[in-house]
Design a protein around this ligand. Sequence first.
Ligand code: ZN
Length: 275
Amino acid sequence: MTEAEQKSTPFIRSFATGMRYLKSFIKFLIPKNFRPTVLKIFYAIRSPLYLGNTVECPCCGGQFNTFLPFTGYHHTRKNAQCPRCGSLERHRLLWLFLKNKTDLFTKPAKLLHFAPELILQKKLRTIPGISYIGTDIDSPLADVKMDIHQIIYEEKTIDAIIIYHVLDHVKDDRLAMREMYRVLKPGGWAIIQSSVNMEQATTFEDPAAVTPKDKLRIYGQVDLARKYGRDFIDRLSETGFEVHAEQYGLELEPAEVAKYGVIRGEYIFYCLRTD
Ligand SMILES: [Zn+2]
């Protein structure tokens, strides 16, 4: 159980479970290919209700009186979701990091974005000089459908990779890491994000967890393949990456953390190919 889960009360966990079932029901009602459009319409309708000047979303530039609560798998977080674009804390921190700590806005690049999220995809496509490729095995947002275990691009042809919350779900994460390293150009970078429990030294994996029912029993979630500990960084390093575990929120002023609605201690794993 993560720290956040331990802190949540039985009521919050029950509420989160109810919201999860509600989301599943809505997903059941709306065919996958229509969901991005439905979400866009929903966000466009609700965002004017929250206009204000207390918080600002760096992803869409909107200013609001608050961010909205968001229900994740196990708990609900207050002040989490942008009313206009749907960005969460991690998306806003990533966007600030990309702008202030990487060369993405100053150097032409071929960018591979795994499991693209609607808001990030829209913004990344608009950066001048960026050749953007959204990819996924199945998502309607993917420009190219492929399996991360077998990336279709030639080696050393990609300048930058963004991948959020994929590796804890895939069958062979080390192979996926090797594939990403293979296609990156020397000097290229990848932001490889997963849920990592930094309080835990080693990653928990159970080969017996095969079916969704097994996974729910063993990991508490139907689609997980592992729960990462600090050795997530070792796995990336063994692949060849020079890994920088950045807590970029700590570099921001407290007023900026509040304004942009980011989690101060959140890690961003910025991985360089340096050969
Ligand atoms: Zn936004």
